[in-house]
Structures are given as C-alpha cells and as structure tokens.
Design a protein around this ligand. Sequence first.
Ligand SMILES: *Cc1c(COP(=O)(O)O)cnc(C)c1O
Length: 440
Amino acid sequence: MNLTNMSNNKTLLDRSLQSVWHPCTQMKQHETYPLIPIQRGDGVWLYDADGKQYLDAVSSWWVNLFGHNNLRIKDAIKQQLDTLEHVMLAGFTHEPVVALSEKLSALTGLGHAFYGSDGASATEIALKMSFHYWRNIGKTGKTRFISLQNSYHGETMGSLGVTDVAIFKDTYAPLLIQSAQVPSPDYRMAEAGESAQDFALRCAAQLEEYLAQHHVELAAFIIEPLVQCAAGMGMYHPVYLTKAREICSKYDVHLIADEIAVGFGRTGTMFACEQADIRPDFICLSKGITGGYLPLSTVLTTNDIYQAFYHDSTVRGFLHSHSYTGNPLACSAALATLEIFETDDVVYNNREKSARIMDKMQVLTDVPLQHLRHQGMIFAFDVVTGNTQFSKQCYQAGIEHGLLLRPIGNTVYFMPPYTITDTEIDFMISTTHGAVKASL
Ligand SMILES: *Cc1c(COP(=O)(O)O)cnc(C)c1O
C-alpha cells in the first residue's frame, strides 16, 4: 500500500463525511465503520483506492446485471452521447425512448410506457394512475391501496405509504397515505408441515376476504411478485399471484406488479409475473433496467387504462412529469441491456448457473441456518443466532476478506451480477462461510 494513496483516501473519506449525506445510514456509525472509497469497477469486482478488491455479491443494491465496466452498455451510452444527451419528453420524442417502449411492451404485453428516474417514482406513478383512472371513469370512491405485510415499494411519501417496513416507515407515519396490509405468503411464515403452495392459497383466501369487504373503496393492490426482497428475500409460491390476479379482476381492483427488484431475469424468468402466467394492470420497472448504469424507471399499463385518460379535457390526462423523463442516455443503456439478454440467451443460461450456485451453497449448512432458498438468481438463508449485531459484523467480516455482502437482519443473501464465474462463485460462498461463522 503506498502512502500517497493512504493520505488521499483519508482526505476523501473526511471530505465525504463532511459533504455527503449517505443513504440508509445513521451517519454517526461511520465513526466505527469507515466508508470505503471505490475507485473503479470491473466485472463482479469493485476496487478501492488501495487496489483492494471486493466481490459485489449484491450487484450494488440489485441494479447491476452484467458486471461493472460492461463494454456493450458503455459503448451504447458513448454512441448516444455523440448524438443526443437529453431532450424534454413533453412535446418531443426520440428514437431510444420509442425503441425501448416498443421492446418493453413486447416483453410485458402492456402497451404504454411512462418514465421516471428511480423506483420510488415508478411506484408513485402507478398509484396515481390507478387512482386517477377510477376517477376518470366515475368511480371516485376508489381511493385506497393495499399491499403485502412486510412489503417494500420505495421511500418517497407515496411509496412509503404502501411500504410496510417499520424502521423506514414509523417515523413518517403521520405524513403518509393510509394503506392496509394483507397477509404475506412468504413461506417462512407457513405453519410447520404446510407446503409453500398451501400457505399461498391460505393467504390468497384472506386476500379475497379483504377484497370482498373493501373493494368499493380500493383502487389497487400493489405487490412484489415472487420475492419480497427488502423483507429479507421472502419468497412465495406463484399460485398466490395467479389467485391475486383472479381476485383483483373479480372485485375490480387494479393489480400493480412492482418488479423493480425482481424484473430483468432475477427470478429465473424475464419478469416474475410470467411464472404465474398473469398480466398485471401496471408493471413498475427500474434497478436492473439499465444494467446498473444510469437511473431510469418506467410504468407500463394496459390500453384500457390509457384510453380512460385520452380525452379533450386536459385534466383528464396524466399531468405528472419528471425533468429527466425518458432520458436518451438511460434509454440507450436499457436498450443495450435488453440486447444482451437476447444475444446471450441470458435467462436460459442463468438456469444452470442458478442450480450450480444453490448446489455449492450446501457447504454452508454446517452453520446454524434456516430456510436456505433461492429463486432464479436470488439466493438466501437465515442465520440462527442471538447476536443482535450479526448483520453489521457479518458485513464487516465480508469487507475485510474482499466480499460485499449486505445482510438484512439475520438474512444473508446473494444477488450477484449474472456474469459471475465459477471461480468467483466459489470465492463468494467460501468467504461468506467464514464471515457468517465469525459473526455468530
Ligand atoms: C428498490 C425498490 C424500490 C425503490 O426503488 P428506488 O430506485 O430505490 O427508489 C421499489 N420497490 C422495490 C420492490 C424495490 O426493491
């Protein structure tokens, strides 16, 4: 390690602590846990200022699909940069946003794409559109939303209103729209001996009971299909989605699929809804959409919903906007990402990789754990320990040994870039093994 670097790092860390308010962080904790100054990334690796490398096992908060420094995505952005960096999307259009909307429409079966810049804004757009749709067709009493227990849909006020994670929500409760939560089919909560499918069906019956009683005032049910990621990778049987679709249709309540985390191949299909063979009324996409390169989100919806806004009256239109709506650079990164899916047959090839990772994870079973599970390219297990500092210590132990893990409570998970190699998988699992043992 060279001394110039060390003093540069120190300066950078100090400057960061002085000037940057970091997300999801009690800043005082950085007195104990130092920030890590990252200089560059390549493939699954992040390199800090001293050249120490970290395997990015969480795809930098679930956004990176094909590795850092991906040449194909980088080239697409560079090309776009030479023609048009940005133009407002009100009154104007451009090739990348049209091409991307056409592709996403073909993939989701939903024909109209509205754009935002991050996941929370996509959730808000879907909630507002659903509410506004019912108003436009004269059902002005449909104003409320429901979500699953332990759901996560983002942290702006609207999206936090349908989120059910106490640590993020409780402080702001007086500011938020009221929503109700229905029982989560996360099969960790099943009765002993109850199958994931039976548990999902039981939860669906409770959903139906709720809708039967409240549908008159309900606009939409927003759901994370197949995996409730922020809840600690809570996974559930697809039959819940099949039933939810039937029930929502029966009672005239929109189904909003929040595929912000699970879309783009994460669960083993391009979109998680495919595994239940359902079409939601709205789908929210973000995170992996640009391969982790640029902020972009979108909400796609049906022709029926679109048509309810199409009118001579201005205020019947959806008058929502963000400055960077449909940014051409972000759209070009998304198009390059979709092209990689096609040319590399990513969803198909991930199946074998997913099975291989799950197989290798069996070595972890000598630590006290529960619910070793996976869904596509998401892998998780819950560590049984009384150590209340488990997640912080495990994170720290991973970092020491060159692995970026970010346990959620006692849940340790991997959501690696799809490009991870066998050698890198071995490193990820063996380092995790050590980090967990050191933190029990
Ligand atoms: C991350 C996430 C969001 C919020 O996206 P941001 O880009 O962080 O605002 C919403 N829903 C789900 C399911 C997510 O995982």
